[in-house]
Design a protein. Structure first.
Length: 110
């Protein structure tokens, strides 16, 4: 999977087109991702004996083909390529040719 948890993405299709968000969960077998604040729906919850009914907003997973990764260096929506370096497989931005994983690790340390 070319998009991982904690990546910043932009939605390219659907009702949330153009919105950005952070990936909170990845579903590998279904090829879907859950993004914070994107693809939200309202769900009615029936009242039970112990609690009243409610209207809850939930996020549903998006298909991986409807999103694009935002490069942390050039800040553009891009496709992801791969490069091998010392027997490690690194993700690479196709527009600026920089390593995506190394930039994300540097930002987490600071």
């Amino acid at each position: 999977m070319k998009i991982r948890k904690n990546d910043i993405i932009v939605v390219s299709k659907g009702k949330d087109r153009g919105r950005e968000g952070k990936v909170s969960r990845v579903f590998l077998k279904q090829l879907r991702i859950l993004v914070e604040g994107v693809n939200q729906y309202k769900k009615h919850i029936k009242p039970t004996q112990g609690r009243p009914g409610d209207l809850v907003t939930i996020s549903r997973p998006l298909d991986i083909s409807k999103v694009a990764l935002i490069c942390p260096k050039c800040k553009q929506a891009t496709r992801v390529g791969y490069r091998f370096q010392d027997a490690k497989k690194l993700r690479v931005c196709r527009k600026c040719n920089s390593d995506i994983d190394s930039i994300i690790k540097l930002k987490k340390k600071v």
